[in-house]
Design a protein around this ligand. Structure first.
Ligand code: SAH
Length: 482
């Protein structure tokens, strides 16, 4: 170990920064988060720095003196000139203060690691000042796994510390070990602080003092999670984390293999289907299954394509879980319309073309279905996005035309949007069924009907891919040099 890690309190402590430019400001930003009293001491302090830290720092516009470092906790040197760096570092060290010279590891008594800040929980990554980019890359990898509410969870746990001490003497470590991996912590991290409090009180009060495992809080949690339209990069950070924490995953047909591969390796996976007229597992059974799993203490992820609340029966699942008293939470996902629109560079409400955006399911688009208001769907300023609509495209086109939408209205049909092998077929309303047939479009596919459909194009052409490859190579080269 080249450097020994220590976390130090800087609240209301004096910290001096010799320098007045962007490097100095960068350190001051970190110090502000730690509530330090910052002094910039340097003949030239940039105006922008002065403005940014007007409320949090003092500015002394001259060369630093030995006496400036009295009662100083730590100091930074953020100047470019090598001679000055050495001079200031010596001055500071002679005053008995630890010094960091920005970007000069050889002159540093300490370094500032890459930080993941979750309030009470802080992760610091050091590469001994030698590879800050690597530090940053490690940080972003770890960052993903740490829930935003982790710091608050520690504060929450702190409230029960005295009670746990009394109720679980000699078992305190085991209690907290179980707690941080357990259902109550999951419930808290999912945002249900009240529920977590109730569960915690019950858990502490029910304990009989003999066997911790005997009296584990039995209830698991069900997370109804949107997996987005297919591209794994379109998962939310929370979805990604929940997949890593799941014991059991119940997933739909639309969830891609790429996304499942991001789940915890030993999570049990069950395909529960969902395809028009081909429900691998009937909806009721999915409800019962989730409830039963949660009751045995499992962390269940119910993973659904797109957004769970957009034509996904997420609402029914949530109600069933709530009725059964199972803690259930919803993580939204990027719905197919948003994913396909982005993939095709087609703004669904481009202000030149559409003031209304309607999502409709093709399931109900039957000739005589009274629940469909064709009049309003046929309005000319509307972008109409039809989910599950390819089999109903003839009816949809006929009805819209009959209710006044022009035959020449542009349409775009997108199959497997955001995935490899996505397909785009374009034309107009009059020829919609023909376009689908000619392009051999299959499910999953969306119909986009309205003027904005003319904007749709494959944004990922070979030429762009080539440019991206070139760019990546240049960036890699720069990183290796710098
Ligand atoms: N909850 C999902 C929709 C489920 S209904 C969401 O919010 O996206 C299933 C329908 O969504 C499919 O029949 C298709 O119309 C559409 N769909 C889902 N993923 C798609 C994709 N990658 N490309 C095109 N359409 C998609």
């Amino acid at each position: 170990m080249q450097m020994f890690p220590v976390f130090t309190k800087l609240i209301d402590q004096k910290v001096v920064i010799v320098g007045g430019g962007e490097d100095a400001a960068r350190k001051a930003r970190l110090l502000r988060a730690a509530h330090a009293h910052v002094y910039f001491i340097y003949p030239v302090i940039e105006e922008s720095v002065r403005l940014e830290f007007a409320k949090n720092a003092k500015f002394i516009d001259r060369e630093p003196l030995a006496t400036d470092f009295e009662r100083t906790k730590i100091a930074f040197v953020a100047v470019e000139d090598a001679e000055q760096q050495k001079l200031y570092a010596e001055l500071i060290r002679r005053a008995g203060v630890l010094v960091n010279v920005v970007d000069v590891p050889a002159l540093c008594d300490f370094n500032t690691p890459s930080i993941i800040d979750r309030d009470e929980v802080v992760v610091a990554i050091s590469t001994n000042g030698k590879a800050p980019m690597l530090g940053r890359s490690i940080r972003s990898r770890i960052e993903k796994w740490l829930p935003a509410r982790l710091g608050s969870l520690v504060t929450f746990a702190g409230r029960y510390r005295p009670a746990v001490k009394v109720r679980f003497p000699g078992r305190i470590r085991q209690f907290w070990g179980d707690f941080f991996d357990g259902a109550i912590a999951t419930q808290f991290l999912a945002g249900d602080e009240h529920g977590a409090h109730d569960a915690m009180m019950k858990h502490i009060n029910q304990f009989d003092g003999d066997d911790l495992n005997k009296d584990q809080s039995p209830m698991g949690v069900v997370q109804i999670v949107g997996a987005g339209p297919g591209d794994p990069e379109l998962l939310t950070m929370r979805a990604h984390r929940l997949l890593q924490e799941a014991d059991v995953i119940l997933y739909d047909r639309l969830v891609s293999e790429d996304i499942l591969s991001l789940a915890r390796r030993d999570a049990v996976r069950h395909f529960v289907g969902k395809e028009k007229s081909n429900h691998a597992v009937p909806q009721e059974e999915i409800h019962d299954w989730m409830i039963a799993l949660a009751r045995t203490g499992k962390n269940v992820v119910r993973l659904k394509g797109g957004d769970p609340f957009i034509f996904g029966r997420g609402g029914e699942e949530l109600s069933a879980l709530q009725e059964a008293g199972v803690p259930a939470f919803v993580t939204p996902g990027i719905t197919a319309a948003a994913g396909c629109a982005a993939a095709m560079g087609m703004a669904l409400t481009h202000r030149d073309h559409a003031q209304v955006l309607t999502f409709v399911t093709g399931h109900t688009c039957n000739e005589e279905d009274p629940t469909i208001d064709w009049q309003s769907l046929a309005q000319s300023n509307t972008t109409l996005v039809v989910y599950m609509g390819i089999n109903k495209s003839s009816t949809i086109a006929e009805k819209l035309i009959a209710f006044g939408r022009s035959k020449s209205t542009p349409v775009a049909v997108i199959e497997n949007g955001t995935r490899n092998h996505q397909v785009l077929a374009k034309g107009n309303l009059g020829t919609l069924p023909l376009i689908i047939e000619r392009a051999g479009i299959k499910s999953p596919a969306l119909l986009v009907i309205g003027e904005v459909a003319q904007l749709a194009k494959e944004t990922f052409t070979d030429e762009i891919q080539q440019n991206l490859n070139d760019m990546q190579i240049t960036q890699q080269a720069q990183r290796m040099i710098g």
